[in-house]
Design a protein around this ligand. Structure first.
Ligand code: 48H
Length: 261
């Protein structure tokens, strides 16, 4: 049997389009496939929540691959080690309360387990805006990263989601769009405070505590939560990122459950 280029082309195009069309409406749309977004996606999908992740880059994993200064190891604390254990990532105790894991293994495992659990990851797609109805975010506005990079004037497309998670890292891109469009976030300060200088202990506590709803329909996770709430950065300890993603997933599972009642 020969190999036909047209069959290959049709297989890819039809399969992609089918999945894209079936992702036009989801329960949770996560912006950013870094450690916090992928952890959220994993826990949501595992509970059967229809979850989609949009990632600007070709590769998922965000800032995890390079560990600290490209020494590709990450450090996690005991609570987060439990998540890595579950994902099948090997961890070694370095000192009491500090575990070291391989950054590449972590990024691969997170992506693999999230997709295996049923999350749909669309890479090379950038979220540039949100869809709103009255005072609630109800969806995302998307364009190809290549269009963004080429600065072509091409209009975007949109998807709908019951909940959106801003897991875009340091820039808190979704929060910035919402702040710019509506003028005020539903946080005590009402605006993005910006990330502060490094203080790992305070930051690791803060990132989980501040992974909350910041505007109707929008949660923040990971570094985006730090930026919105003006917390210090933490450097290459990634436990907070994983725990933040897990917390947001648990919150959304609870809220979707309440809405379903
Ligand atoms: C689609 C987008 C968009 C967009 C961004 O930066 P990340 O790894 O984010 P977190 O919060 O999961 O993890 C943060 C961690 O990597 C880190 O930077 C730490 C711990 N720093 C500490 C310190 O002190 O510096 O991933 C975010 C992802 C990336 O892959 C982006 O490409 C993607 O989001 N992204 N995707 N549309 N508009 N904006």
């Amino acid at each position: 049997m020969g190999i036909d280029e047209l069959v290959i082309t049709e297989a890819i195009t039809r399969s992609y389009m089918e999945e894209f069309l079936s992702s036009l409406e989801s329960q949770v749309a996560i912006v950013g496939g870094g450690p916090s977004g992928l952890t959220a996606a994993y826990y949501l999908a595992q509970k059967g929540v229809k979850t989609v992740v949009f990632e600007r880059h070709l590769s998922i994993g965000g800032g995890m691959w390079g560990g600290g200064m490209t020494f590709n190891k990450i450090v996690v604390q005991p609570e987060a080690k439990k998540i890595l254990d579950m994902l099948g990532v090997a961890c070694k105790e370095f000192a009491e309360g500090y575990y070291v894991a391989d950054a590449v293994q972590c990024a691969c495992a997170l992506g693999y387990q999230a997709v295996k659990a049923g999350a749909r990851v669309f890479n090379a797609i950038a979220v540039e805006d949100v869809v709103m109805r009255e005072e609630r975010v109800v969806g995302l506005v998307l364009n190809w990263t290549s269009i963004e990079m080429a600065r072509l004037h091409v209009d975007p497309l949109a998807v709908r989601a019951r909940w959106v998670v801003d897991a875009t890292g340091h820039q808190a891109e979704v929060a910035r769009v919402v702040e710019a469009k509506v003028g005020k976030l539903h946080t005590p300060q009402g605006r993005i405070l910006g990330e502060r200088a490094m203080w790992a202990e305070m930051s690791e506590r803060g990132v989980v505590e501040k992974s909350v709803e910041i505007y109707p329909g929008v949660y923040v996770a990971g570094m985006a939560a730090i930026t919105v709430f003006g917390y210090p950065r933490m450097g290459p300890i990634f436990g907070g990122m994983l725990l933040s993603g897990k917390k947001v997933a648990e919150e959304l599972i609870r809220r979707l459950g309440e809405e379903g009642r």
